[in-house]
Design a protein around this ligand. Structure first.
Ligand SMILES: [Zn+2]
Length: 241
């Protein structure tokens, strides 16, 4: 028996494909037009282009790129993709300056020693500046899949966003939450700027209605996800952590 061909894409719901980029998962929101959510580490551009081929679409179909936050495993493939794809790129207004700047991306490590140890590697990996066409804000909407709404969910970074598709019962949280060993958790302390704000964002996300919850680094929760998020949010202390 021939082994199954390696696939970069997985259809999570009709019109929603998860893409294995380097270091994280990106998403293709597929309608007449395509919206790409996140771009993986540097070197992921080619994977996104191959993923489009896998689903029978072409680079010209991507009309929007939305970045959930400026960490390199989400924004690293953006400059290379912008050479092949004529899409408008949206980044939350709090972090657009990091993406547009010629300066290297800010070091994501919270612990000063870890930050220092990883600095040379990060500088070598730095993707360089990318174009930002739209500065996103809480409540902004795009038409994909019957309406996608930007939900500002700060904490992991100041401009982290989640993306809600109320008409499809879907929430993409980016790195605003982790899902390990079947449990929801706050984002990693190693890379999260403000844990109290991250907890407040989970409480905010818990007010939304959705069935399916997708993460950037973990397998999705396909059904009944909002009840799980509400349960988790109820366990979080209010106030500084
Ligand atoms: Zn992150």
């Amino acid at each position: 028996m021939k082994p199954a061909p390696f696939r970069l894409t997985r259809e999570v719901l009709p019109g929603l494909y998860q893409v294995r980029t380097r270091g994280s998962r990106a998403y293709l929101i597929v309608d007449d037009e395509i919206t790409l959510i996140d771009t993986g580490n540097p070197g992921s551009g080619i994977r996104v282009l191959k993923a489009l081929q896998e689903i029978g679409r072409s680079p010209e179909d991507i009309k929007h790129i939305v970045i959930t936050h400026y960490h390199i495993d989400h924004v690293g493939g953006l400059p290379e993709l912008q050479k092949h794809v004529n899409a408008r790129t949206g980044v939350h207004l709090a972090e657009a300056p990091h993406v547009e700047s010629d300066e290297p991306l800010p070091n994501p490590f919270i612990h000063p020693l870890l930050a220092r140890i990883c600095e040379p590697y990060l500088l070598r990996q730095d993707p360089g500046s990318a174009r930002v066409d739209v500065h996103l804000n809480d409540g902004d909407e795009l038409p994909a899949l019957g309406g996608m709404r930007i939900v500002h969910a700060p904490g992991h970074t100041a401009g982290s966003i989640s993306i809600h598709f109320p008409n499809r019962g879907l929430l993409l949280v980016g790195d605003a939450m982790q899902f390990k060993f079947g449990r929801l958790m706050l984002p990693s302390r190693l890379f999260t700027q403000d844990m109290a704000a991250a907890a407040a964002s989970v409480r905010k996300l818990a007010t939304l209605d959705f069935d399916t919850l997708c993460f950037s680094h973990f397998r999705p929760i396909l059904t009944g996800a909002d009840a799980q998020v509400r349960q988790f949010a109820a366990t979080l202390p209010v106030g500084p952590s």
